[in-house]
Design a protein around this ligand. Structure first.
Ligand SMILES: O=C[C@H](O)COP(=O)(O)O
Length: 250
């Protein structure tokens, strides 16, 4: 699946124009951090602007180790219409802290909307910010009852997912997530060139912003429908190539 992160209503409308080429519209506020949370009214407006059959995801933020605060914020996101709730465990330094935060989120979200999906996100560049190891995320997600484990990059300085967690380690991340019955989501300045390895290792959700913005610039550029379409076309091409390879081998 392709998850695209607009920064507000205007860009979400461009995503809606490209709705045939994406699977999830992910509401965030990039100027508040890599998984910066947007306002509840923006989530609502985006929910209304995007075709009803496209799920809306919302990030709850690059959160501190404060389970109560984060659970309440997560409830705000689901009440506002998001059905994927993403939490960036920025302030958690141990898996135990991550599980504590995520258990509170899962309860807050599922008590309100049992079918909503909860995504526990860590950071590929965790070593730069001192938070929990990225490969611990599948276990944190599984132990807390979340539905997906994700990685993004915390520092958007041009470094990419594979600069910090190389394809072999991402493959292990996906393997662990799948072994626990979870979806595996990967992001972090992902470019079309990364889609080969991401497809091969069985990534379920690829998250992008910069790659579908004008000039590849996630801050100054705007999301453009034709770039979303081109990214999706490359995803499809890689998926077919992979399927054909698998058929040839078997
Ligand atoms: O969840 C996806 C992120 O917004 C990825 O953004 P990026 O591709 O600019 O790193």
């Amino acid at each position: 699946m392709l998850l695209i992160s607009p920064d507000g209503v205007e860009e979400a409308l461009d995503c809606a124009k490209a709705a045939d080429h994406l699977d999830i519209v992910d509401v965030k506020k990039p100027d508040e951090g890599s998984l910066g949370a947007n306002f509840p009214w923006v989530i609502r407006e985006i929910r209304d602007a995007v075709p009803a059959d496209k799920p809306v995801s919302a990030t709850v933020g690059d959160v501190p180790y404060k389970p109560g605060t984060v659970a309440q914020a997560a409830l705000g996101a689901v009440v506002s219409g998001a059905t994927y709730i993403k939490v960036g465990l920025y302030g958690c330094t141990t898996p135990g802290q991550g599980v504590e935060v995520m258990r509170a989120v899962v309860r807050a979200v599922k008590d309100h909307r049992p079918e909503a999906l909860v995504v526990a996100s860590g950071y590929a560049d965790a070593h730069r910010i001192g938070c929990v190891n990225p490969l611990a995320l599948p276990d944190i997600a599984a132990r807390s009852g979340a539905d997906a484990a994700m990685l993004d990059t915390a520092i958007k300085d041009g470094s990419r997912l594979f600069d910090h967690v190389p394809p072999d380690a991402c493959a292990e991340f996906v393997r662990r997530a799948h072994a626990a019955g979870l979806l595996a989501a990967l992001a972090g300045s992902v470019k079309q060139d990364d889609l080969g390895p991401l497809t091969r290792i069985g990534t379920d959700i690829v998250g992008v912003r910069g790659a579908v913005c004008e000039g590849g610039d996630r801050n100054a550029g705007r999301i453009r429908p034709h770039l979303v379409a081109a990214f999706r076309a490359e995803m499809r091409r890689r998926a077919h190539e992979h399927a054909a390879g698998a058929t040839t081998v078997s």
